[in-house]
Design a protein. Structure first.
Length: 271
């Protein structure tokens, strides 16, 4: 189980990205984090494994309090938290197989990691995962020869080979076309169910969140304003997430496009 308790993040600029965020994730649940730009979605996902250091609060994975670990212990616990990135974070000059196997570097001694000397069982598992993410036949291709969808599948495979207790995905579909985005979400869904691990996904596309997530958490201005199943994400809930509770009708006014509205707009702009 992952427990996030009263998590806060204030940047050096004084901007408060997270304001007391709390929730739990367990089983093989797929949780989508949605909200407008600047709501704190990426900060939240990256604070869980401390790629971004939270200012206050606690994150615990099973019996380990992640926020209380020193650098050495944090390196160990990050092996249990697979990370999938928006921009893939592959080593472009390395092959697909080498990029996937880099997910096992945290399990090697310093010398073997430097030499990239992986045990046979890791190589065997990497080949199995290649098939699982539909990358057979390109294992020897360099990462910079791949399409965006193929690169993201390499990133997913790299996270899966860690044998993590949880997967964190930071906007995994934002650089992809709609069809490829759905392929990636289907793949993540299969992994959650087959490997029996939860996945937290920061995602902009609300339709994908509704179609693939078991639960949706809506952030607005660094706070959770919705936490429930996709079926409960009605228009009122969406307004609360994306418009601070103001409905479209409220925002447009009783007679959108009337002369009064136009005058108000001109006055606000100073024209």
């Amino acid at each position: 189980m992952l427990t996030v308790d009263n998590l806060e993040k204030t940047y050096d600029s004084g901007d408060k990205a997270l304001k007391g965020v709390s929730f739990e994730v367990s089983g093989n649940e797929i949780v989508a984090i949605i909200g407008p730009s600047g709501a704190g979605k990426s900060t939240l996902v990256r604070s869980i494994n401390r790629l971004t250091e939270p200012t206050a609060g606690r994150v615990s994975l099973d019996d380990t309090e992640v926020t209380g670990l020193d650098k050495s212990a944090l390196r160990d616990v990050r092996r249990d938290m697979g990370m999938i990135f928006q921009e893939f974070n592959l080593v472009e000059r390395l092959t697909v197989m080498e990029n996937i196997l880099s997910g096992r570097l945290g399990y090697l001694s310093t010398w073997n990691a430097f030499r990239r000397n992986f045990p046979p069982e890791d190589i065997k598992r990497a080949r199995e995962i290649l098939s699982r993410v539909n990358l057979e036949g390109v294992e020897n291709n360099r990462a910079d020869e791949l399409s965006g969808g193929q690169r993201q599948r390499v990133g997913i495979a790299r996270a899966v080979i860690q044998r993590p207790k949880i997967l964190l995905a930071d906007e995994p579909t934002s650089a992809l076309d709609p069809d490829t985005s759905r392929e990636v979400m289907s793949l993540l869904t299969d992994i959650a169910h087959e490997d029996d691990i939860p996945i937290i996904i920061n995602i902009h596309e609300v339709d994908l969140a509704v179609d693939y997530a078991d639960r949706i958490i809506g952030l607005s201005d660094g706070e959770i304003v919705f936490n429930g199943p996709p079926d409960d994400l009605d228009q009122a809930a969406r307004d609360k997430i994306y418009r601070g509770g103001e409905s479209i009708a409220d925002r447009e006014g009783p007679s959108a496009g009337s002369s009064t509205d136009s005058d108000d707009v001109i006055a606000e702009r100073g024209d």
